[in-house]
Design a protein around this ligand. Sequence first.
Ligand SMILES: Nc1nc2c(ncn2[C@@H]2O[C@H](COP(=O)(O)OP(=O)(O)O)[C@@H](O)[C@H]2O)c(=O)[nH]1
Ligand SMILES: [Mg+2]
Length: 393
Amino acid sequence: MLIGIIGAPNKGKSTLFSALTMNDVAIADYPFTTIDPNSGIAYATHECAEVKLKVKCRARNSLCVSGTRMIPVNVIDVAGLVEGAHEGRGMGNQFLNDLAAADAFMLVVDASGRTDSSGGAAQHGSAVEDAEMVVSELYQWLSGIIMKHMPAMSKSKDGVSALEAVLTGLKISRQSVERAIGKCNLTSSNISWSSADALEFSRALLDESKPVAIIANKADAGSDTISNVRALRERFGDASVFECSAAIEMALRKASSARVISYLPGSRSFEIIGSGVSPEQKKALDYMLSFLKGSERGTGVQSALDSIVFKVLDNIVVYPVEDENKYTDHFGNVLPDAILLKRGSTALDLAAAIHTDLAKHMLYAVDAVKKMRIGKEQELHDGDVVKIVSAAR
Ligand SMILES: Nc1nc2c(ncn2[C@@H]2O[C@H](COP(=O)(O)OP(=O)(O)O)[C@@H](O)[C@H]2O)c(=O)[nH]1
Ligand SMILES: [Mg+2]
């Protein structure tokens, strides 16, 4: 899974990226290292199956801290998007192409009102304008790609396949293309759309295939936060807007990795564990603690990521095992792997997510909790522990 962090300059994208990818637990025993400074690993958090099963897991493809499974998710931070990016302004199309592979976007806007849509200082910047500018650039970028291929596509009777070919690499399914065409009442054979048609189609297609979560950042600063968040909710819907302070989340994770505090991302408090805390540090920590206490979701950063993975993208977590009695893999690791699957996925989908061969030779599965045999096409549920039985092992 890949989440792209987008937004105008100076909104806090890099701060959010650093906060999300800074993880001392992770650094300690996870085999990933970052090569590209703009791409990293964040962790979606979910109650580990060990809690309900009353066992102690040994996580392999993920981490587990105090009963919370931390599942790696790729995130990418790209240079700020300015108006006109689709025409090559700023980082332009390179920027946009980098994001083509994203499953969803975190669109960072400044809720404090202290910057305008191009990132300059402002008195009462509008977060809604920030978001609209970015979303509009995305639509125009996609529509530009489509218009470029219009002459070739008009020769094809099967417009859906022609579009699919043009959109290769964008992680957009054929189904989404068909639905977007339907929504816009456009023809799909010998496509010859106007640029207005292409723009309308792009809008429908992106809305359909690449969900955008609005990160109302800098919620710790400025008195405009309340009105900006309200306006964002009215414009984009409550479920799409996440109030955050990336700066406080980053400061807390830093303090935690320096062993000054003990802080679990997402929580509404922390404990001072370091002995040499200076008066200034104490003052900063007190300020951050009062911010956490005053908000329902802590700094909002972890909760935004979790909501995107589990609510917006609608994933569940399942645990494949080889021994349905001990919940272990071949090596005796208890609940080693946590796999993200789209809700509605079947036992066969799980097999395919593990290995194509496993899916090819799959016979049936076993629900390890209920000790029940289940068919290939049976839908899995969040927290299921499943043994895949295949003919060739
Ligand atoms: N008060 C406050 N400032 C923030 C927050 N996030 C980022 N900033 C500040 O906003 C400025 C731009 O941040 P940066 O992450 O570089 O923005 P980018 O250009 O979008 O990547 C920096 O001075 C940050 O310290 C936040 O949550 N609260
Ligand atoms: Mg940046």
